[in-house]
Design a protein around this ligand. Structure first.
Ligand code: ATP
Ligand code: MG
Length: 408
């Protein structure tokens, strides 16, 4: 039996065609999970059953532009199967593996030596949101990190990138990249070369195996298909890399940029990330604009990163003082502004701007955000742009309460 020829019409109805005899037969979702999925993912059927029972593996259905995408979604990682992995049922079954987590180093000199072999490719880490783009039998679909079909990205990616030739020749590859710019509705960050909306590719992987192309193969492909890549700063020996990266990251920070990702050129060792002081502060500024929603989760790790970076950079008393002031200001000022804002307007929220063709697209995006558990509403639609207000409820409620004398 050839699982690649499975079809699904509803959660209860899969139709499979036997690769040898050509007969089709029906199989339920439950049987698919118990009998076919273990073979496909080379994993244990009991584990999958347990995962499904607990809701960590879920049936997922998305209506998108008069089409229906049926899939199974991994809400959590299961061994080597990353969280965000999608088993998509179209003409064929497509397994789009989740994008692996990238671990962070706090001290470059020691970690690089321990982690890598002779050489490392140093690329720019860009600050936007992670997207996997795949062709599902000719239909180009963009998935968020968690494995949700993003209606905005699915519409925009083919407008920004010329993907037809790439996927025409390579239907079994997945493009992993970062959606960037001030008018992307998840992470708004200004890059002079990007402006409102842009995309940079940092990985190409195989469906099902999640095997990445080497850095060289990927860059060759990007050239061949004229697709935009993240910057490669250079390939350095393990000995020279820490010093080079420290200088680079200092400079990137001053330019308001996030940092670097270090990669084994052969992509056999997992990459590592390292970020600038200014990036840490930017995240704190964002988190402390909504302190009761984000503050706790962000604070400790960013302060720790600053401590180790200041140590490794061997800064002068003056430089450390500058860092300390910037850190403190990034925490206190945004919070103060939000307290003032809530005292005057009663709500802590942020406005996202996105380009849409009609109000329905904005509504569709708001529905998508609600699926992700984010409270949002369309504030206005004008000249092809929608303003979407995202409400931060805990910050709104708590600040209002304390302002009225509530006890902490
Ligand atoms: P993670 O689970 O990977 O730690 P995170 O949400 O904490 O995710 P980040 O701290 O932004 O994410 O770091 C990892 C992310 O950086 C990747 O998932 C990817 O979206 C993004 N990224 C930007 N530039 C690159 C690059 N050159 N190579 C790899 N990833 C990159
Ligand atoms: Mg990021």
């Amino acid at each position: 039996m050839d699982v690649n020829r499975g079809k699904i019409n509803s959660p209860e109805n899969f139709f499979f065609k036997c690769s040898s005899c050509g007969d089709s037969y029906k199989i339920s979702l439950k049987d698919f999970i118990l009998k076919e999925l273990p073979k496909l993912l080379q994993t244990d059927s009991d584990k999958l059953k347990e995962f499904y029972k607990k809701g960590n593996l879920k049936f997922y259905q998305k209506h998108y532009q008069k089409q229906v995408i049926n899939a199974l979604q991994f809400r959590k990682a299961m061994g080597k199967i990353e969280s965000g992995t999608m088993i998509c049922f179209r003409e064929n079954i497509h397994v789009i593996m989740g994008f692996p987590k990238i671990r962070r180093t706090l001290v470059l000199s020691e970690a690089i030596e321990k982690h890598f072999k002779d050489e490392i490719a140093v690329e720019e880490k860009m600050n936007g949101y992670n997207v996997r783009i795949a062709s599902l039998d000719g239909e180009i679909i963009a998935f968020t990190r968690g494995g949700y079909v993003c209606p905005f990205t699915t519409r925009k990616a083919p407008e920004i990138l010329d993907l037809d030739d790439f996927f025409g020749d390579n239907p079994d590859l997945v493009i992993c990249g970062e959606m960037l710019g001030t008018e992307n509705p998840y992470v708004s960050h200004y890059y002079p070369e990007i402006g409102k909306l842009g995309f940079r590719i940092f990985d190409i992987r195989e469906k099902l195996t999640n095997k990445p192309l080497t850095v060289e193969e990927r860059r060759y492909m990007m050239d061949k298909y004229d697709l935009p890549s993240v910057r490669l700063f250079g390939v350095y020996s393990v000995d020279e890399a820490p010093q080079k990266i420290l200088e680079l990251v200092r400079k990137l920070g001053k330019d308001g940029r996030e940092g670097v990702v270090m990669k084994d050129p052969k992509m056999q060792i997992p990459p590592l990330k390292y970020t600038s002081s200014q990036a840490h502060d930017d995240e704190l500024i964002y988190a402390f604009s909504f302190p009761f929603d984000l503050g706790k989760a962000f604070l400790f790790s960013r302060v720790i990163r600053e401590g180790f970076q200041a140590h490794e950079m061997g800064e002068s008393a003056e430089e450390i003082d500058e860092r300390a002031q910037r850190l403190g200001k990034s925490i206190l000022y945004p919070m103060l502004e939000t307290i003032k804002h809530v005292s005057e307007n009663g709500v802590a929220g942020e406005d996202l701007i996105m380009e849409v063709d009609d109000p329905e697209e904005a509504d569709e995006f708001v529905r998508h955000l609600r699926d992700l558990g984010v409270m949002a509403m369309v504030l206005k639609f004008e000249d092809g742009k929608a303003v979407i207000r995202r409400i931060h409820q805990s910050t709104t409620d708590k600040i209002s309460n304390y302002l009225q004398g509530g006890l902490y």
